[in-house]
Design a protein around this ligand. Structure first.
Ligand SMILES: [Zn+2]
Length: 154
């Protein structure tokens, strides 16, 4: 005897009858539900889901499944809205993670490139014998630092 909605495990039959979320498919007794139209004075022509077994025996005031169709559909809409909100949150979280990762990769690449440039400049400095060349490289490094600083300021 299982409730296909799965939302009411461990509750009594009375609670199950009241608390099925969304559109119920089977009753706790195992019978599938049928869609019927109310002929009562209070709810004329209002559609409802009813346990097929209880409906066939025309049971009254029993524990078998009963749910108004409009209420079941409202439940479904609310459930979908919640799921949509969760999905939206997940998507934005994933997007943020991807952007963070890309930023990290880019920063690492930039760091490596800067390191490479400075290393090659240093090498050049060591290898250079003439003071003129040294001065030129110092000027180039100075320019690079200036450009770097202007980037930091901007
Ligand atoms: Zn039933």
């Amino acid at each position: 005897m299982s409730n296909s909605s799965g939302a009411t495990s461990g509750t009594s039959n009375v609670q199950q009858r009241r608390r099925v979320v969304g559109v119920p498919k089977t009753c706790w007794c195992g019978a599938s539900l049928v869609a019927l139209i109310s002929k009562s004075v209070a709810n004329p022509y209002r559609r409802y889901y009813r346990c097929g077994y209880a409906a066939s025996l025309k049971l009254i005031d029993d524990n078998h499944n009963f749910k108004w169709v409009d209420e079941a559909l409202l439940d479904e809409i609310e459930r979908l809205a919640v799921r949509t909100a969760v999905l939206e949150q997940t998507v934005s979280q994933i997007t943020t993670e991807i952007m963070d990762h890309q930023k990290m990769v880019f920063e690492r690449m930039q760091m490596n490139l800067e390191k490479e440039i400075f290393e090659s400049v240093e090498e050049e400095l060591l290898e250079t014998k003439s003071s003129l060349k040294k001065i030129m490289i110092v000027v180039i490094v100075g320019c690079m630092i200036m450009i770097g600083l202007s980037k930091v300021i901007a």
